[in-house]
Design a protein around this ligand. Structure first.
Ligand SMILES: [Zn+2]
Ligand SMILES: [Zn+2]
Ligand SMILES: [Zn+2]
Ligand SMILES: [Zn+2]
Ligand SMILES: [Zn+2]
Ligand SMILES: [Zn+2]
Ligand SMILES: [Zn+2]
Length: 1755
């Protein structure tokens, strides 16, 4: 409502308005009157009148009345002068320096990664374009609506808080200045006006009486006039509402749609007016019907007309205030003061709080006005924003509860404003200190979730409601906003409040600690997978909040310790499990462990332990800050109970191990998913990683042997390491093996994973670098893939950019694919095979890659762990578990099992881990020895490992076992590692033996290598020899394979043509060479000097049955798969699309603008016609049963996928062999003596007139009028044409004929969009037309790609074109010859001087190349005789072709001359060549015939230049056409891509003089009448007079539209886009047509078009016009290209924009700056010009079945 009024022509407070109504103005101006009473009186009087016509309002009229009766007087009073003048003044004085633009959904927002304080700080597009951040690392995103631009907010930006626009605004009017703009009188008036206005708005918005108004607004004569009002909700769909309305009110679909749209937009609408009873009845009806459809009834109310009117006006006043706010800071401040004023002594909330609390009850339109008002007032004044925030937090709980039960989206809730306040650092601090906001939020969180608490006060989300939880997440987000910037300054109060908030937050974690426990299912599989998503999602949401709490705590030592104590208490309170059980004792190698029994496999276990993990997090921070030394002051050692702390995380890790061992198979997928997320990058920081840390804490504080015993017991492996013969149960053994592997892995992590600040002395950068190194050790990766694999911090940053260049180099992408990072060589040494964030697959991939690399470098394959950084002091004890007794026992036991070949009791992976642990131990000892004197190093791994396992006779030590291990055949792959370890033993031994530290280090380095030199050398040599042998072997195999391949290719030659293009060329050249040496043949295609056809024998292989066959006229047909489509690829005028329906269209003449042609393409694959038919039928049968496949291709229309390459095809071209012809040039020269052009013309004319005489007897025909001009000899008669040589027509096999008809019918059907009709007279026309058009397309493509005319076509193009031209020549024989003659006569009408037909189009309205193809192909029909089927002999043909071509060429030159005559002649420098002179004299002639219209002054050189340039495409097309028709080899020059000699060669090939004007000269007498006729054409004359414009030659080559370099320019354009059809300001989906540049409003009902009773979306509709159904669009907001074809097919394609990492960004998910990639855009261009869009769509739909659901029709 307010929107509608705002959008009207009188928008704004200061708009034009009706003249003031004098009496009222006078009354209002009286200083003594009671403003409030007068104001209300005025409203009571006018409002019901103005808004009386609710059902069918005249919005403009309404607005006029509002202005005149209420707003204008009100403003006069407020300002004390004419409002227009006043506001003008005020506006000039400048506005706020805050931008404050409120975003609508879908609008693009920009953030700066360098300068924004947090990612919620955004700029609008205008501010961004004018800001310094434009050149920073910015991000683009789509707004969800409701946010606002932070330009000008100094707290939001570290730098550049103001754009140049707003900087200007603020400098122009210094603050004091604009503050003082309003004089005291106006301020006084505002203080009087605002309260009444605000009170009225508030009262009316929260008014609940249906029938009554407040007494002061009630008018005396109350009428019985009511409305039935329907409200919007998110529960009912559009269609539901329409249905209910239609049923309940009995209204038309259109009306119901109108109502529904309005309801959706404004939130409510009156759907019926009348007496109370009838409205009440309608209300019940609507409720009843809507309830039927979807259980819940629609919200309907019956309101009195006056109530409705006042509520409406209240909103209008709201937007009036909103506008007013933007004029002056004083207005804003006064407004805010009044809104915040509490009634003295009353508990009632102030105005603004009242509205906030009422927000969830308001309808959509009212909410929008309210929120905008808050934005434009409170949020523009920092001081009042703070006061507003205080009110907001005061009612926070109530507001959130309202929101959670609300049925509107979050953008429409006042709670969504939280982000605007909580993310402002000073405001957040204030709210924590003064309003205890952390506690408030956490308490709210607990209060809104009571139904999810079970009897133990733990959360349980079984059967949760997704919608409700989504709303709860909003509260969690608020917590995140408050914590996002860490305070730099701590006050006591802040510390206390924060700690209070933290304790409150621990209460939530307590409810989560151990929630959703699970128990292993034994025997039966669980019936239903339990819900797990909710709990995991909350974990994800909490991840960063947990981290932020820990960070905040770590700001201050005291705080950290106190928080630790609280957290420790909370953990202890939760660790009660199993206390009732008696302790049991476990012995192993002399050590004992007392513990309470617990088994993960039998007792309940939970994956959710946020309390334990928070404690672990605080613990490492204690260690990092050193505060750990004071821990005992806060938690006494007796209380500490480290075993209990470790217990729960350990259980969780054991659960993961047991799941890996498939022990939990029967618990279903839900558990698998939980375990996945537990270790996934989205959760692991606050789950898995912290559990490992907790184990490290345990290992550092517990006795190492006890720790290991605890591990063994919890892994349920106590028995596995005892000497008792274990079970024979194979499954159990397998289980044991996996559990042992899992446990060893965790032990490796506990000892080796030290990349956590606090555990060792590393920085965050080190940690990220290590993550990246390990990712890149798997394979080179794209930037986005790396980002996705790294955890994000609270600002959505991974820190990747800061370090990536230190560890990797960037490799740019090609035309497809994306750029990747490759690891630098020097980083390879840091590779740790047992990196704890590797998944199992990543682990083995990385191991494989690294081993392969080492092998290639001819190095050993040992991959020992890199030396880890030192533990920090608090964790230094962890290493003791490496050399404790239990560890030695474990290692020895496993090695022994491997050596003793008890194959089933060990695995290679297990031994790898044992070796890794050994390496870690040795590395540790070595490092310690190198740092301190030997006697101080107590870590004695070497000693322990070389000690015997027992006192028994056969006892062994680790070292001995290792030696034996080398001989275990299954462990061949580990040999290098074992060797490495043995060397390490040696090194450590030496270090131990040397007493002096300095010499030790040096010696160990040199001697370690020296000592092993001999063995190393030997092994190296051996390795080399093996590598060499392997290489030779590979070579041999390769040779064999390629031999096989060659044979295979020979037998399947056609299948492989594409790959063998290069080779094919060579063959051709060789062939040519051999020929040219044999006979010196002419390379002229036309006339008496015609060269021979080079018709090679064609043997093709059917791709279906693999049989070969020679192509012959009389054999069964072979066919080429083909696709016929309409195309506008060459159009010169996109707005000119013939609208004629297909059944009346006459396609004989093509318009020179080439608006729409029929293109025939082929993938080049050959089949037997019979095989293809079988294939097609089988497919039809098969796919009839599978419904969805029909969407890929339309079987009804003959579509199928090529059996070999899966291209979309809709027909086949029969392959007709070229009839080789060769003429005897002497004979031909002889004929030339008699057969001049004049003579030839006579003969043809006589022949035609003869036919006409014959034909007129029967039917009535459009007869040419014959003139006798130039016909001297009357001795010629009907049969003269035959005397220059005839031969019998080719006899095609019936199968070829059948295919000729089939293909011709397809062209006809597709090209004209009509039902197939084999007998239609237009079939031959369409055949010639597609032949000409396809040649033109190919010529165009070759030119734009800069390729030579011949020899550079892709194979598929070549074979397609060859087949098409031969087909087009042969098609004639399947049509009645009379029909062909009829078409021929009409075509000749344009060219022949001596007859004229009525419907001959003007010379300027035909495309000459189309005519050439038509006349050449139809000409043989003149040889047709009743009795015998004849065709011209080679010599006759040669002359026919020559003269027909010369005539069309003359006509085309004429076209060029006429169209260029009107151009200005500045293009090039004049010359005086022979050609220029001929042109000059030609022009003089033409001038005569045009009665002076053709200017004589046009310089000859200019005309020649125009002709030479303009005729090229035509000549090139003609050369292609005659080459494929006759098979005459073209001159060499045309096979090269240099322009030089091109024109000459073309002329020579086509028997033209290079001085083209000589043609006229030569044939002057014959051509003269023709010239006169052409020139007399009214259209030509009008063009020469400049009255109409003829097409220019050469025609322009079409390109996809120019796109801007920077993608944000496009987004800018899109943001300015307004839908042409609807005026609402809702966001649209702007889509750009890449063919013509039109911007469309897609996927929106406003721009749908009705075509043949079907609703088409704007894009689909546009495609019909612009691309004949096939089109290419760029969806701007989504940054994707869409290809569509027809109404049902389309696909997405990556946009040609790349970020700096060479990646595309569909849907702008990552939001990096994007730049145009020319190569990719060119690729799209080629896709279009090669007519491969349809193919691309079919291919993509085949692979991507997701898009089947999409309704392309409505795009
Ligand atoms: Zn802005
Ligand atoms: Zn700005
Ligand atoms: Zn910046
Ligand atoms: Zn076959
Ligand atoms: Zn194919
Ligand atoms: Zn377009
Ligand atoms: Zn639209």
């Amino acid at each position: 409502m307010a929107d509608g009024a705002d959008g009207g022509p009188r928008a704004g407070v200061a708009g034009g308005r009706a003249p003031a109504q004098a009496p009222e103005r006078a009354m209002w101006c009286d200083e003594r009157f009671d403003f409030q009473a007068t104001f209300l009186q005025c409203l009571a009087k006018h409002v019901p009148n103005i808004y009386s016509a609710e059902m069918d309002p005249l919005l403009e009229k309404q607005e006029e009345m509002v202005q005149a009766a209420i707003l204008y007087p009100l403003e006069c009073y407020l300002f004390g002068e004419d409002p227009d003048i006043f506001l003008e003044k005020l506006q000039q004085s400048g506005t706020s320096q805050l931008c404050g633009k409120v975003f609508k959904g879908g609008e693009t927002t920009y953030s700066c990664r360098d300068c924004a304080v947090d990612p919620t700080c955004v700029l609008c597009i205008d501010c961004f374009q004018n800001s310094i951040h434009k050149n920073h690392r910015y991000k683009m995103h789509s707004s969800t609506g409701g946010g606002f631009c932070d330009c000008g907010d100094t707290e939001a930006w570290k730098a550049g808080p103001l754009c140049t626009k707003h900087e200007l605004g603020s400098s122009n009017s210094p603050k004091e200045n604009s503050e003082c703009q309003l004089n005291e009188e106006i301020m006084e008036h505002s203080r009087r006006v605002f309260p009444s206005v605000i009170k009225y708005i508030v009262d009316m918005l929260i008014w609940e009486e249906e029938k009554e108004l407040p007494p002061e607004l009630t008018v005396s004569e109350k009428v019985d006039s009511y409305y039935c009002v329907l409200f919007n909700d998110e529960h009912h769909s559009y269609d539901h509402v329409i249905y209910s309305l239609q049923r309940a009110l009995g209204c038309e679909l259109g009306e119901a749609q109108l109502h529904t749209t309005a309801i959706d937009k404004e939130g409510r609408r009156a759907v019926k007016a009348g007496h109370y009873a009838s409205c009440q009845e309608a209300k019940e009806e609507i409720k009843r019907h809507s309830e039927n459809v979807s259980q819940r009834p629609l919200h309907v109310e019956v309101l009195h007309a006056d109530v409705m009117a006042h509520q409406k006006f209240a909103l209008r006043l709201g937007s009036w205030l909103n506008k007013l706010m933007s004029y002056s800071s004083d207005f804003r401040q006064i407004f805010c003061q009044i809104c915040l004023k509490e009634e003295a002594g009353s508990e009632k909330p102030c105005f603004i709080s009242k509205l906030m609390l009422w927000d969830a009850k308001l309808h959509k339109g009212a909410r929008k006005v309210l929120h905008e008002l808050i934005f434009s007032s409170f949020f523009m004044e920092m001081e009042y924003k703070k006061l507003f925030a205080v009110e907001f937090v005061k009612y926070y709980k109530a507001l959130q509860k309202e929101y959670i039960s609300d049925d509107h989206d979050r953008v429409l809730s006042v709670t969504a404003l939280s982000v605007q306040m909580f993310t402002v650092p000073t405001l957040a601090r204030h709210l924590i200190e003064e309003q205890n906001v952390i506690t408030t939020i956490t308490e709210t969180l607990l209060e809104v979730l009571p139904e999810y608490l079970d009897k133990n006060d733990k959360f349980n989300f079984q059967g949760y409601s997704q919608d409700k939880l989504n709303r709860v997440y909003a509260v969690i987000y608020d917590l995140r906003y408050v914590l996002v910037s860490k305070p730099t300054l701590w006050t006591d109060r802040l510390r206390e409040r924060f700690l209070e908030g933290f304790v409150s937050f621990l209460r939530i974690l307590t409810c989560m600690q151990g929630m959703e426990e699970i128990k292993r299912q034994i025997g039966q599989h669980i019936e239903v997978d339990p819900d797990w998503e909710a709990a995991i999602t909350i974990q994800m949401q909490l991840k960063n909040i947990l981290l932020m709490f820990q960070e905040w705590c770590a700001c201050d030592e005291e705080l950290l310790l106190r928080a630790y104590r609280e957290c420790h208490k909370a953990v202890m309170r939760c660790s009660t499990n199993g206390r009732s059980r008696e302790k049991t004792v476990f012995h192993l190698c002399g050590h004992t462990l007392e513990s309470r029994p617990y088994r993960v496999s039998a007792d309940p276990v939970s994956i959710h332990l946020p309390l334990s993990r928070t404690l672990a997090g605080l613990h490492v921070r204690l260690s990092k800050t050193g505060a750990i030394s004071r821990l005992h002051e806060f938690v006494s050692p007796e209380e500490f109970q480290v075993e209990l702390l470790v217990e729960y995380p350990l259980r969780c890790l054991v659960l993961v191990a047991q799941v890996a061992a498939e022990m939990w198979r029967r618990n279903g997928l839900s558990l698998i998913s939980q375990v996945f997320y537990y270790q996934d990058v989205k959760c692991r920081e606050e789950m898995y990683d912290k559990d490992i840390i907790m184990l490290q804490i345990g290992a550092s504080l517990m006795d190492p042997n006890q720790f290991l015993l605890l591990m063994l017991q919890r892994y349920e492996l106590a028995d596995a390491f005892k000497k008792i013969k274990p079970t024979k149960d194979q499954d159990l053994i397998k289980q044991y093996n996996i559990l042992i592997e899992e446990m060893l892995q965790i032990l490796i992590y506990v000892v080796g994973e030290r990349y956590v600040p606090g555990i060792s002395n590393v920085t965050k950068e080190d940690v990220i670098m290590r993550e990246i190194i390990h990712l890149l050790c798997i394979e080179p990766m794209a930037h986005s893939a790396i980002t996705k694999s790294l955890p994000e911090n609270e600002n959505n940053e991974t820190g990747l950019e800061n370090v990536i260049d230190k560890v990797a180099t960037f490799k740019k992408p090609g035309v497809s694919g994306h750029g990747v990072y490759e690891l630098k060589d020097e980083c390879l040494k840091d590779f740790n095979m047992f990196f704890y964030h590797y998944t199992k697959t990543q682990h083995s991939k990385a191991e494989h890659t690294q081993k392969k690399r080492r092998k290639q470098e001819n190095r050993d394959e040992a991959l020992p762990p890199p030396p880890p950084p030192d533990f920090s002091p608090a964790f230094s004890n962890v290493v003791r578990i490496l050399n404790c007794d239990v560890m030695m026992h474990i290692l020895r036991t496993l090695l022994q099992r491997a050596v003793e070949l008890e194959t089933h009791l060990w695995t290679e992976a297990m031994i790898q881990m044992v070796l890794h642990l050994l390496s870690l131990g040795l590395l540790e000892e070595k490092q310690q020895l190198q740092k301190s004197p030997e006697e101080e190093v107590s870590f004695d791994f070497y000693h322990k490992a070389t000690r015997m396992g027992s006192s028994a006779l056969n006892a062994v030590n680790v070292l001995m076992l290792l030696e034996k291990l080398k001989r275990v055949p299954q462990l061949e792959a580990q040999k290098d590692t074992v060797n490495w370890i043995l060397q390490m033993f040696d090194t450590v031994k030496r270090l131990r033996e040397k007493s002096s530290l300095t010499t030790v280090a040096a010696a160990s380095a040199s001697e370690a290598t020296k000592g092993d030199e001999s063995t190393q050398d030997k092994e190296k040599a051996e390795r080399k020899r093996k590598a060499e042998a392997a290489r030779l072997h590979r070579q041999k195999i390769m040779a064999q394979m390629s031999a096989l391949q060659r044979n295979f290719i020979e037998t399947h030659k056609l299948l492989y043509e594409n790959t063998l293009e290069a080779q094919g060329k060579e063959d051709a050249i060789m062939e040519e060479e051999s020929m040219s040496s044999a006979i010196d043949y002419s390379r002229i295609a036309l006339g008496p000097k015609r060269g021979p056809s080079v018709a090679e024998k064609e043997i093709l292989t059917c791709i279906l049955c693999q049989e070969e066959q020679e192509v012959k006229l009389e054999s069964a047909a072979m066919v080429l798969s083909a696709c016929v489509q309409k195309s506008t690829a060459l159009t010169q005028n996109r707005s000119r699309i013939p609208e004629l329906p297909g059944d009346t269209l006459d396609p004989l003449f093509m318009h020179p603008e080439l608006p729409c042609g029929t293109h025939t393409g082929s993938c080049g694959h050959v089949m037997h016609a019979a095989c293809w038919q079988k294939y097609f039928e089988a497919m039809q049968l098969n796919f009839r049963q599978r419904l969805h496949v029909e969407q890929i291709f339309d079987l009804e229309n003959g579509e199928y996928l090529c059996p070999l390459c899966k291209s979309l095809c809709n027909t086949v071209i029969p392959i007709v062999p070229l009839q080789a012809q060769k003429i005897n040039s002497e004979d031909a020269e002889a004929v030339a003596q008699i057969l001049s052009l004049a003579r030839w013309l006579e003969i043809v004319t006589v022949r035609i007139s003869g036919y006409s005489v014959k034909n007129t007897k029967g039917e009535k025909q459009n007869l040419p009028a014959f003139t006798n001009k130039g016909m001297g000899n009357s001795a010629l008669e009907f049969h003269s044409i035959l005397s220059f040589g005839v031969q019998s027509s080719a006899k095609y096999s019936s199968s070829i004929k059948e295919m000729l008809i089939l293909f011709a019918t397809t062209i006809y059907r597709v090209g004209l969009k009509v039902a197939p009709n084999e007998a239609d007279s237009r079939i031959p026309m369409m055949t010639w037309s597609t032949c000409a058009f396809t040649i033109q397309c190919i010529e165009n493509l070759l030119e734009t790609e800069g390729k030579p005319l011949f020899g550079s076509l892709q194979n598929r193009q070549h074979s397609g074109l060859k087949a098409l031209v031969q087909f087009a020549a042969a098609q004639r024989t399947t049509s009645p010859q009379v029909l062909i003659q009829k078409h021929l006569i009409r075509l000749l009408g344009v060219l022949l001087p001596n007859f004229k037909m009525e419907d001959t189009p003007s010379l300027l309205e035909v495309d000459m190349f189309h005519i050439l193809v038509g006349v050449v192909l139809s000409f043989p029909s003149l040889y047709w005789e009743d009795a015998v089927d004849l065709q011209p002999s080679s010599i006759s043909s040669a002359y026919n072709h020559l003269y027909l071509f010369h005539l069309t060429t003359l006509a085309h030159i004429m076209q060029i001359v006429i169209s260029s005559a009107t151009e200005s002649s500045t293009a090039c420098s004049p010359d005086n060549s022979e050609e220029a002179q001929s042109a000059q004299s030609f022009c003089r002639e033409v001038c005569q015939y045009t009665s002076g219209c053709f200017s004589q002054d046009i310089p000859g050189w200019f005309v020649w230049d125009c002709v030479k340039k303009g005729i090229m495409p035509y000549l090139r097309c003609a050369a292609l056409f005659f080459h494929y028709l006759l098979g005459v080899s073209p001159p060499e020059e045309l096979l090269q891509d240099s322009e030089e000699g091109h024109f000459k060669a073309l002329c020579s090939y086509l028997s033209l003089p290079t001085n083209l004007f000589l043609l006229f000269h030569e044939y002057w007498d014959t051509v003269n009448p023709l010239l006169q006729r052409w020139c007399a054409d009214p259209m030509v004359l009008s063009c020469l007079k400049g009255k109409s414009i003829a097409i220019r030659y050469p025609r322009k080559r079409n390109h996809l539209i120019e796109l801007p370099e920077d993608y944000s320019c496009l987004l800018n354009q899109a943001s300015q886009f307004r839908c042409p059809r609807s005026s609402d300001d809702e966001q649209k989906h702007p889509v750009l047509c890449l063919f013509c540049g039109a911007m469309l409003c897609s996927q929106n009902t406003c721009c749908q078009e009705l075509v043949n009773g079907e609703e088409l979306g704007a894009c689909t509709f546009h495609a019909l016009q612009c691309g004949a159904g096939v089109c290419m669009f760029l969806k701007i907001r989504e940054c994707r290209v869409v290809l569509i074809e027809g109404k049902t097919r389309g696909c997405l394609y990556p946009a040609p924009y790349l970020d700096e990492y060479g990646e595309t960004d569909p849907d702008l998910k990552r939001g990096n700056p994007l730049h145009l990639c020319r190569e990719r855009y060119w690729k799209l261009h080629l896709l279009w010009q090669q007519h491969c869009i349809i193919e691309e769509i079919a291919r993509s739909q085949e692979t991507n079945q997701i898009f089947f659901g999409f309704n392309w029709q409505l795009l």
